[in-house]
Write a protein that binds this ligand. Sequence first.
Ligand SMILES: [Zn+2]
Length: 230
Amino acid sequence: MNHGGTHLLVFLAGIPLLGFLFLLPLQIQWRQLSVPWLGVVHYLACVSPQLGSVLYHLFMNHHGGATVYRKLLTLDMCGICLVNTLGALPIIYCTLLCYPATRSLALLVYSALSSYVIFCAVSAHSNISRFCSFTWQAAFRFYFFYLRWAGLGSGHPSSLRCYLLMDGLALLGGIINISRLPERLRPGKFDYWCNSHQIMHVLVVISILYLHWGVTSDLTWISSHSCPLE
Ligand SMILES: [Zn+2]
């Protein structure tokens, strides 16, 4: 792990954390929410990866040895796992809004799958295997994107685009982080600015913004949508 530019990373994760903590709840129309727990889940999803990253980079400066590093990395991973898990629940809920039984089953299966993924991600020994453990959740989400695209699933018409951008940006961030570009091409030049890890952090924040825009549209859409009677 490159320790250069670590203070900058605290800010790269810290400023969005403050934004998400205090501004995001103001953007959710709580009084109009027909399913309030979706709003709460969404809020926790957006805040958790930034919180994990801030703690991770803040304490990275205190060189506490391998065990402390391992614990911190676990904390950082838990944040990413939480946004992957909690972030998708409103998407799944909204896609199957008019099929309550299937909806509950899908939410349950995704939660169970996520527990397995969290276990894999936390116990992974390399960046690549850690990254790959998230593919199962991604595949599940893409199936729901497909349902929406094919008109079989429901939701706000503009949300699907947001979710595709969200996963595209997160994937790009993960690939850049693993490939160690651009610092691999010119070693030493990017120790403080624009290294792969910083680029990843910026992409993750933009990705969460797209998640937020998609979910807020979906949540308002739920309040105005009535399912056809059998
Ligand atoms: Zn980081």
